[in-house]
Design a binder for this molecule. Structure first.
Ligand code: SF4
Length: 259
C-alpha cells in the first residue's frame, strides 16, 4: 500500500474524502495509519467524541500518539475519565502542559481569572494554556486527528474528513465529521466506553471548568463554552485556518500557504 510523505513544502492526502466516507470509524483510523508516513497525533480532551476515537485507536493497537493538553483548569471529572481511560486500555496518555514562564507572566498580567475581562484576555489564556502546547504536540507530526463534528456549531459546519492545516503544517483528520451527537452517544454506549459524567448533567461540550457551563434544552451544543462572550464563533484557537481537501484526490500534493 502506497504511503505519502508529508514534506516541509507540501502535504499529500493519504486518501480521498469519498473513500474515507465509506469506511467505518475503526477502518478510517486503520487506513489512515497504514497510508501515512510519519507520526500521527490524536489530541483528546476526553469529551464523548474523543472517547469514541480513542476507543477505536486503543482497541486496534494503532501506533498513534494519544496526547492531551492539560490546561491546569480542567474539571475533576475530566481527570477521573482520563484515569479511567488509562485503566480501561492499559495505556498512558501523554500530557502537555503550559510553559510555566508564559503562564506565570499571564497570571501576573491578568490575574487568575483574567480571561473574563475581555475576548482578548480570554484568547491570551487559551493561547498560553492550549494553543502553544498544541504547537509542541504537533511539531514534526504528519497528521493530527481530532474529534470534531460538522454539526457541533456554525463555526464547525465546514469540517472535512481531511484538510490541510497550514498553521501546524499537518494533515488534519476529523473521522467523526459526518457523525451526529446521537450517533456518537450510541457508539459509546454500545461499546461501553468510559465517558465524562458531566455529559449526563447537561454539559454537552466540556472544556476548562471556569469556562464551561451546562446547556439548557434547545441551546446550541457549544453554548456553554465562554458563555459570557457574545461572539458567535467561539473557539479557543486550536482549530484555525484550513485548506479543505474536498476537491483533492488521494495522493495529490497540496501546496501549503505560507502564512
Ligand atoms: S478555556 Fe478558559 S481557562 Fe481554559 S485556557 Fe481558555 S480561557 Fe483559559
Amino acid at each position: 500500500m502506497a504511503a505519502y510523505l508529508a514534506t516541509t513544502d507540501e502535504l499529500a492526502l493519504p486518501l480521498g474524502e469519498a473513500e474515507f466516507a465509506r469506511l467505518d470509524l475503526p477502518n478510517r483510523l486503520a487506513v489512515l495509519r497504514a497510508r501515512t508516513s510519519g507520526r500521527i497525533v490524536f489530541t483528546t480532551s476526553f469529551g464523548i467524541e474523543d472517547q469514541a476515537v480513542g476507543h477505536a485507536i486503543f482497541t486496534q493497537g494503532l501506533p498513534i500518539d494519544v496526547v492531551t493538553l492539560d490546561t491546569g483548569r480542567l474539571f475533576p471529572q475530566t481527570y477521573d475519565v482520563w484515569a479511567e481511560t488509562e485503566r480501561r486500555y492499559g495505556a498512558t496518555i501523554r500530557a502537555l502542559y503550559p510553559d510555566h514562564r508564559r503562564l506565570e507572566t499571564l497570571i501576573a498580567e491578568q490575574g487568575i481569572d483574567g480571561f473574563r475581562n475581555s475576548v482578548a484576555a480570554r484568547q491570551a489564556c487559551c493561547g498560553v494554556r492550549k494553543v502553544e502546547p498544541l504547537r509542541r504536540a504537533l511539531a514534526g507530526a504528519a497528521a493530527w486527528i481530532t474529534g470534531l463534528r460538522a454539526d457541533q456549531s456554525h463555526a464547525r459546519a465546514q469540517t472535512h474528513f481531511l484538510a490541510i492545516d497550514s498553521v501546524h503544517r499537518v494533515i488534519k483528520v476529523s473521522p467523526l465529521a459526518d457523525w451526529s451527537r446521537e450517533r456518537v452517544a450510541a457508539y459509546v454506549k454500545a461499546e461501553s466506553i468510559p465517558y465524562n459524567v458531566l455529559h449526563d448533567q447537561g454539559f454537552l461540550s466540556i472544556g476548562c471548568a471556569p469556562c464551561t457551563r451546562a446547556v439548557k434544552p434547545g441551546e446550541p451544543e457549544r453554548a456553554g463554552r465562554w458563555w459570557w462572550e457574545r461572539e458567535e464563533k467561539k473557539e479557543c484557537g486550536l482549530h484555525g485556518r484550513l485548506a479543505p481537501s474536498v476537491a483533492s484526490p488521494a495522493g495529490a500534493p497540496i501546496p501549503l500557504r505560507k502564512d
